[in-house]
Unconditional design. Structure first.
Length: 233
């Protein structure tokens, strides 16, 4: 395929890169956003699924990312918008078929994020055996907090992960409750696709997911990692 580096050759101006702020300065340019389905046993049970299933993945577009505590518009075509607080892994080094033992070497850092979900659309898609795309990959569906470099905070594998709505706690779990560790998730995913610097991986949510409405303030926190905040507008 022919490619040109001359901006004047484009039919219209390319979109500006999507980025997430890095703690103490700098920006992390986002390439792709991958999401792990069903990685906390209690959440799997509350959704009526089998805890023995291997990890599976879906994706959100890079421009679904919302940063800086900006408001998230209530999306169209749903009456059941749900919150899901998640640990976000920021990939800083390319790799394919990565071994579990080497996986954390590919991590630049971590953040707290929200995998917002049009639950009614997801339920209808599941029932019909269709993709979840419109339930998960819609505009503004991935609010994400500041990325903390792993060289600063290490690689957290335990610690509280919580989400409050209007000051009332809705979700509480521990990173140690993840069925698939960050290293295992990276190794498994990299067998399907080449991971690149700039990729984000949302690693699943603990139990307690629920609906939000316009005006709700969502505040998520992960011990040793950081926080994420948005208002549904």
């Amino acid at each position: 395929m022919w490619k040109s580096s001359n901006v004047g050759d484009f039919l219209f101006a390319p979109q500006a890169p999507v980025s997430v702020p890095i703690a103490r300065g700098g920006l992390f340019a986002v390439r792709r956003v991958y999401c792990v389905g069903r990685n906390y046993a209690e959440h799997i049970v509350e959704m009526g699924n089998d805890t023995r299933d291997p990890p599976f993945f879906f994706a959100k577009p890079a421009d679904a990312v919302v940063v800086g505590g900006a408001a998230m518009p209530y999306p169209p075509k749903t009456a059941d918008l749900h919150h899901e607080i998640e640990l976000v892994v920021a990939i800083g080094r390319d790799g394919s078929d990565i071994a579990v033992a080497d996986a954390l070497d590919h991590v630049y850092g971590y953040a707290a994020g929200l995998d917002m979900t049009r639950r009614d659309l997801q339920a209808a898609a599941k029932k019909a055996g269709r993709p979840w795309e419109m339930a998960k990959a819609f505009d503004h569906s991935a609010p994400i907090g500041t990325i903390e470099p792993a060289q600063t905070i290490g690689h957290p594998d335990k610690g509280a992960i919580t989400l409050s709505v209007n000051g009332q706690e809705r979700q509480r779990g521990d990173l140690g409750d993840q069925i698939w560790s960050v290293a295992e998730t990276i190794a498994f995913l990299s067998g399907f696709v080449a991971l690149k610097a700039g990729d984000l991986i949302m690693t699943g949510t603990p139990a307690g997911v629920g609906a939000v409405v316009r005006g709700d303030l969502l505040e998520g926190s992960i011990a040793g990692v950081g926080s994420v905040r948005t208002v549904i507008s």
